[in-house]
Design a binder for this molecule. Structure first.
Ligand code: ATP
Length: 222
């Protein structure tokens, strides 16, 4: 059975925090491949500057060139209008061989807003999630974070959700598991990268070298 991770985001721009956590998930969950999927119009975000879809796609391509475990999908870019994860999951369920097991990768910060997503109940019935715990959550990692997620899912989806150990996850009757994954804490965000660029500071070691060169060449985020 093929195990494929779907990792959506604005990727404005992609950075080493995204890449390192995806790498750790790839290994820990024995995935064949992770598809990085930039959104066309992020429904829940209004960044001060959004690089064009073409530029964001190109930066992901450059960041993942040499890696057979990662690839890029332009499915959300090609679809018109705001990007909804449910549409993307349904697309891959149709397109990929039927024995493919999909996983949705998501950071804890994004996950905590999931009850605002389109058709989120259907999403939880369709696909397991892998929630990556990162620095902003540091104060509340471990059991506290698990409890918070459990409470959110019980309130928003089904009271049957409960915590299970080894692997750490929250599970509900008739819903797919939500796994937790502790990733190396790289406190990098696209927001801070854009701010550094606006202020003329270096972004070296925050993004892959090829991405840094691309941003410079195209004069992005100035
Ligand atoms: P912004 O600062 O513009 O809000 P971001 O850095 O959070 O952007 P997104 O493209 O919005 O990046 O994030 C896509 C996904 O990657 C989200 O699920 C988010 O939680 C996750 N993510 C972002 N930064 C990190 C990081 N440093 N480590 C692990 N996951 C991350």
């Amino acid at each position: 059975m093929n195990r494929i991770g779907l990792f959506g985001g604005t990727f404005n721009p992609i950075h080493l925090g995204h890449l390192r956590s995806a790498q750790e998930v790839l290994e820990a969950f024995n995935l064949q491949r992770i598809l990085l999927i930039p959104s066309s119009l992020p429904p829940h975000k209004q960044p001060e500057v959004l690089a064009s879809a073409t530029d964001r796609l190109a930066m992901i391509r450059l960041a993942t060139l040499a890696h057979t475990g990662f690839s890029v999908s332009d499915v959300e870019i090609k679809r018109r209008g705001p990007s909804y994860t449910i549409d993307t999951v349904q697309f891959f369920k149709r397109e990929l061989p039927s024995d493919t097991q999909l996983f949705l990768l998501i950071g804890l910060d994004a996950f905590l807003e999931i009850d605002a997503w389109k058709a989120f109940r259907d999403l939880f019935a369709l696909t397991p999630f892998i929630v990556m715990i990162r620095p902003e959550a540091a104060a509340g990692t471990g059991v506290q974070t698990f409890k918070r997620v459990e409470a959110l899912l019980q309130a928003a989806i089904s009271p049957s959700y409960g915590l299970r150990p080894a692997p750490d996850r929250v599970e509900g009757v008739n819903f797919q598991p939500v796994y937790f994954m502790d990733v190396t804490l790289l406190n990098i965000s696209s927001t801070r990268i854009r701010a550094a660029l606006r202020q003329g500071r270096s972004i070296r070691y925050l993004v892959p070298e090829r991405v840094e060169a691309y941003i410079k060449r195209r004069g992005l985020y100035q």
